[in-house]
Design a binder for this molecule. Structure first.
Ligand code: BG6
Ligand code: MG
Length: 215
């Protein structure tokens, strides 16, 4: 891995990059799917990575045996989020790994601007749970976008907030939708976890600390 030229900021996806909420998303959607008698498993859950709550529900409803009205969908999303937020209460600052915290501190010490670019509307709540509230320079999340990843909107807004051009930012992602969003927005990207294997991943990283070799 070699250093990228002229990187002035890093934009982090949240779920699956800074912290690990997959299990909680899975448990909450599973409870909803079971209640509705809809098949749901880990493979379907994998497709929810990086996509919005509403689009996640649409993916789950592909296995439903009847149509759902807009009102029913809204109610299901609310129920799912309530269950999910109950699980999030189990998250503690000790759930933030030392590697992630040390790497973030080192990036900050190097003078890079640091932002979040997440589809989640629970971003602020999660950051509070893991003790990172107030840490990032700016937060672009599910609350300030119309189009979810793979649309680049969340990253373009993050770059705008930290007053950098896309090509001056490195996006860190674990989802294919997020890597596509970074590429179509003109950002450099590094893929971690599942995203280390995607065709459009520019820099596959095995570990969070590897970001330090890229900037
Ligand atoms: C993304 C997750 O970060 O946020 C997705 O990877 C999730 O799985 C999306 O659907 C929206 O999250 P929330 O917290 O707004 O329901
Ligand atoms: Mg993610």
């Amino acid at each position: 891995m070699s250093k990228l030229e002229n990187i002035k900021g890093v934009i982090f996806d949240l779920d699956g990059v800074i912290c690990f909420t997959d299990q909680y998303h899975f448990l909450a959607w599973k409870e909803i799917a079971d209640k509705e008698g809809i098949e749901f498993n880990e493979a379907i859950n994998e497709r929810l990575r990086g996509v919005s709550r509403a689009e996640s529900l649409e993916i789950i409803l592909e296995k439903a045996t009847r149509e759902y009205s807009a009102e029913e969908k809204t109610a299901l999303m609310e129920q799912k989020n309530n269950i999910y937020k109950e699980h999030l209460k189990d998250m503690l600052p000790t759930d933030l790994s030392k590697e992630v915290k040390d790497t973030l501190d080192e990036l900050r010490a190097r003078g890079l601007k640091l932002a979040i670019g997440s589809s989640s509307k629970n971003t602020e709540f999660i950051l509070e749970r893991i003790g990172l509230d107030g840490f990032f320079d700016k937060i672009s999340d599910g609350k300030n976008i119309i189009n979810s990843k793979p649309d680049p909107e969340v990253f373009l807004k993050a770059a705008d907030m930290i007053e950098l051009k896309p090509e001056e930012c490195l996006v860190i992602e674990d989802a294919e939708a997020g890597i596509h969003a970074a590429v179509s927005g003109g950002f450099h990207n590094a893929g971690i976890g599942s995203a280390s294997k995607y065709a459009k991943t520019e820099n596959a990283i095995a570990s969070f600390r590897d970001i330090l070799e890229l900037v």
